[in-house]
Design a protein around this ligand. Structure first.
Ligand SMILES: NC(=O)N[C@@H](CC(=O)O)C(=O)O
Ligand SMILES: [Zn+2]
Ligand SMILES: [Zn+2]
Length: 429
């Protein structure tokens, strides 16, 4: 099956939109350029992109698919369909599942569901410790053999330095990354939003910036000691950005990600005790938000990841104190980044695309993230012209827990292809 995409645009090195057609065949980008049909290329199906932008399929190194264990929130089928609808063709799924895939057998069970139901390329993370408790390490070698590409306890921090040190040593030996949700539980004090003026005003328990940054500081020293590739999840505070910047200068092998919601919102945007604004780490202060933007611009922060964290409406209907942490992000990430940062000239379109394609791919050595001839035909097409409203009813995800519902944005996904196969098409266009 050969597909010809016409009337499409690409971004060149100078951040200009230029016309470029694509021929997808045998799962690969077979040809690209101007007037392919006139040159006599053969195809079975033609797609008129109507002036949409073609990008490499987006790469999200941080999603939660909830299967097995919490399939009322999401499944591998619905989560990967949501990714496809957001323009993502490769996603990395977190292991805070039930059971936690902490043995080769349990890991292979999850892999089987991925092979059966995954709509996009799904890479499964293995945990660092058994059952995500901070005591016994997993068998790193066996999990690597079972298909794990990196290790993380995302959802909880590794609480003891000794366990993290040993994990880093084991991962370094295998050339595998340690990916960290950094949260010192002894500094949590039951918090549910950022500790600051706003939490005082709302009378809600606060989460200190140090809850995150102090554990990053510990880990950066341990990463230096062990030589491991250490990747920090969802960086949210100015102190975290500062110490990662320093560590990079000192030659520590550290990379990190930031989420769209931490770049767009601050604690000031929380109107009251509404759990739709509750996520971990929490929305921080305006000075933190600015530091995250600067961190991306100066290369301290390597990429954008969604931390797509689906929860049911019932779960989110509770007070911020008791509701679960997390918001969905797969289906809104590109349009939010485009609308809030490209249309306002804070970032260029090229920067945003790089931070959502080849940068995250590069961190974990994934082959995705390019539009080169011969590369896998993983690509996404976005309409940059027509505004649309974010509507939970349209979501492919089982959940719609996001504070961005109702917002008018630009950058709707028109088509998503994985290995040359159409996995998402917006109807009616
Ligand atoms: N981000 C969140 O607020 N929640 C995540 C866990 C996590 O990423 O820490 C979840 O699994 O729901
Ligand atoms: Zn996390
Ligand atoms: Zn997460």
């Amino acid at each position: 099956m050969a597909i010809l995409i016409t009337n499409s645009l690409v971004l060149n090195e100078r951040n200009q939109l230029i016309p470029c057609e694509f021929l997808l065949k045998d799962g690969k980008i077979q040809a690209k350029g101007a007037a392919l049909e006139e040159q006599g290329v053969k195809f079975d199906q033609k797609i008129d992109a109507q002036g949409a932008l073609v990008t490499p399929g987006l790469v999200d190194v941080h999603v939660h698919f909830r299967e097995p264990g919490f399939t009322h929130k999401e499944t591998i089928a619905t989560g990967s369909a949501a990714a496809a609808r957001g323009g993502f063709t490769t996603v990395c799924a977190m292991p805070n599942l039930d059971p936690v895939p902490d043995t080769a057998e349990k890991f292979e069970q999850v892999q089987k569901i991925i092979d059966r139901d995954g709509v996009v390329n799904v890479l499964q993370y293995a945990p660092i410790t058994q059952n995500l408790r901070s005591d016994e390490l997993v068998d790193f070698e066996k999990l690597k053999k079972a298909g794990a590409f990196a290790f993380t306890n995302d959802g909880v921090g590794v609480q003891t330095a000794g366990v993290m040190y040993q994990a880093m040593k084991a991962a370094a030996k295998l050339g595998m990354p340690i990916v960290a949700h950094t949260e010192d539980e002894s500094l949590l004090f039951g918090g549910c939003m950022h500790h600051g003026e706003k939490s005082k005003e709302l009378g809600l328990p606060g989460i200190l910036s140090a809850t995150e940054s102090s554990q990053i500081a510990r880990d950066l020293i341990l990463a230096e000691e062990t030589g491991v590739h250490y990747h920090v999840c969802h960086v949210s505070t100015k102190e975290s950005v500062r110490i990662i910047r320093d560590a990079k200068r000192a030659g520590v092998k550290v990379t990190c990600e930031v989420c769209p919601h931490h770049l767009i919102l601050s604690d000031n945007d929380i109107p009251g005790d509404d759990a739709i604004y509750k996520m971990n780490p929490p929305l921080r202060g305006e000075d933190d938000r600015q530091a995250l933007i600067e961190g991306l611009l100066d290369g301290t922060i390597d990429c954008i990841a969604t931390d797509h964290a689906p929860h049911s409406r019932e779960e989110k209907a509770q007070s911020m104190v008791s509701a679960p942490f997390g918001i969905v992000g797969s289906e809104t990430a590109f349009s939010l980044m485009y609308t809030h940062f490209v249309k306002t000239n804070i970032f260029t379109l090229k920067q945003v695309i790089d931070w959502m394609t080849d940068r995250p791919a590069h961190i974990f050595g994934l082959t995705s993230g390019t539009l080169d001839i011969g590369a896998a035909a993983d690509l996404a097409l976005f309409d940059l012209e027509h505004p649309f409203e974010i509507n939970g009813e349209d979501f492919a995800s089982k959940s719609d827990n996001t504070p961005f519902l109702g917002e008018k944005v630009y950058g709707e996904t028109m088509y998503t292809f994985v290995s040359g196969k159409l996995v998402w098409a917006k109807r009616g266009k």
